[in-house]
Design a binder for this molecule. Structure first.
Ligand code: ADP
Ligand code: TRP
Length: 328
């Protein structure tokens, strides 16, 4: 039996933080290594054009994210690793899907509302149509599974709706994909545990390639709660977030982690979480800097992955165009 297809992407829009890692990238590596899926992982460079950038920055961010992927354990021998913009079929399908997407559906997307909030009418159109391109990225590959963090689940629901709508109008051609979430699909900000850790607020983030000193300082100043018990509890969002982070990197359950720190002070606990992160990313940091020293290897890796992904994508887009009657 052929293995089910799994697709996911990350935008090259800044350094990865531990939320991106624990919600997405760590899982990409585990799913790849499970050997149960045909994996496609890509750099969503077209999506990232919706936020401000310079061309020099963008080029650097693409290389950085490729290095992040490989340093974290994605392996071009096991997964197809590619660059979204090298495959025109993504944009072509996005256009076709846009013609069956009600604008109202796009306006109610939480990520759009958050990102366009202070800009109102000047927000770029790409921010609004962003989920259509994401739907195209997924259904173009007949993906059954999509590993993402919780904030992307709403976009996947739209993807399913669009696949269903297209199928009912033009005949069964697309699979409705399902999200795969980790135990930590929503890591919270260290400054404000009511808010998601997000690249758009760098002060809330611990980055994967932060120096050990920065990591220690960030955890030291993490917001905690009243009381003094290390306990997973709704009423203790700060401590609960730190327990989740510790549990995810150490592999200990939350219960076991609570036991380990029973009687410990907040300050000692925060120190221990910081050390677990420092240790977890030591090899990652080394591998990443080695990879970045050879940019040509990284661009070659992407080109050869994009060639492989194009085979599937080009076959599918041809079939799609046939279905809608774009043939002469
Ligand atoms: P950001 O929201 O920081 O800009 P991206 O949108 O580039 O990050 O997200 C890349 C991946 O990381 C997505 O699958 C997303 O759902 C996941 N992700 C982002 N933030 C978090 C978080 N705080 N906790 C868990 N997963 C997250
Ligand atoms: N929208 C995702 C994010 O912000 C990135 C993304 C683009 C993606 N296309 C995708 C994720 C397809 C999964 C599948 O993180």
């Amino acid at each position: 039996m052929t293995k089910p297809i799994l697709v996911s992407g990350i935008q090259p829009s800044g350094r990865l933080h531990i939320g991106n890692y624990l919600g997405a990238l760590k899982n990409f590596v585990e799913l790849q290594n499970s050997g149960k899926y045909q994996c496609y992982f890509f750099i969503a460079d077209l999506h990232s054009l919706t936020e401000s950038y310079t061309p020099e920055e963008k080029h650097k961010q693409i290389l950085e994210l490729t290095a992040d992927f490989v340093a974290a354990g994605l392996d071009p021998k096991k997964s197809v690793i590619f660059l979204q913009s090298q495959i025109p079929a993504h944009s072509e399908l996005a256009w076709i899907l846009s013609t069956i997407t009600p604008t109202g559906e796009l306006r109610r997307m939480t990520q759009y509302k958050d990102k366009s909030d202070n800009e109102k009418d000047s927000a770029n159109t790409g921010l609004l149509t962003y989920p259509i391109l994401m739907a195209a990225d997924i259904i173009l590959y007949d993906a059954k599974f999509v590993p993402v963090g919780e904030d992307q689940v709403q976009h996947l629901e739209l993807t399913r709706t669009l696949a269903r709508k297209f199928n009912s109008r033009f005949g069964e051609i697309f699979i409705e994909p399902q999200p795969i979430l980790t135990e930590t699909p929503r890591i919270m900000s260290l400054k404000n545990p009511e808010k998601k850790m997000s690249k758009s607020d760098p002060s809330s983030c611990v980055f994967l390639d932060d120096s050990p000193e920065d990591i220690r300082a960030k955890f030291k100043s993490a917001t905690t709660d009243s009381g003094n018990e290390i306990k997973f509890d709704k009423a203790k969002p700060g401590i609960s977030n730190l327990l989740k982070i510790f549990s995810a990197v150490s592999g200990e359950s939350i219960k076991e982690s609570e036991k380990m720190f029973a009687g410990s002070t907040y300050s000692n606990f925060k120190g221990a979480v910081a050390e677990s992160i420092v240790a977890h990313f030591t090899d990652f940091r080394k591998r990443k800097s080695t990879l970045l020293a050879r940019p040509k290897t990284l661009t070659n890796l992407l080109s050869s992955g994009s060639k492989k992904a194009s085979l599937r994508a080009n076959r599918k887009i041809k079939e799609i165009k046939n279905r809608v009657g774009l043939t002469v």
